[in-house]
Design a binder for this molecule. Sequence first.
Ligand SMILES: [Zn+2]
Length: 90
Amino acid sequence: MDDTEEQTTGCLTTPTQGPRKTRFRGRQVAVYRFVYCVLNREVIGGDMVVRHRCNNRRCINPAHLTIGTRADNKRDDWDFAVNGVDYGLL
Ligand SMILES: [Zn+2]
């Protein structure tokens, strides 16, 4: 993960088009999800998702990751779409 770039928003993004994937126990998982699970020693159930508070799906900064339900995640998308929240400016 040395090729991540730090953005002015504090996001650590990977130089990939979408969320970077990694292999873990023979499964493909999104890196941000993996980072969250490892750091928080939490196993995320099927209906829980790791959300990006910065709304940047390539970001793997643990400080920007939070756990929620799929419904929360959708609401984040709506919030972002409606308000155009830039968390870097708050
Ligand atoms: Zn971020």
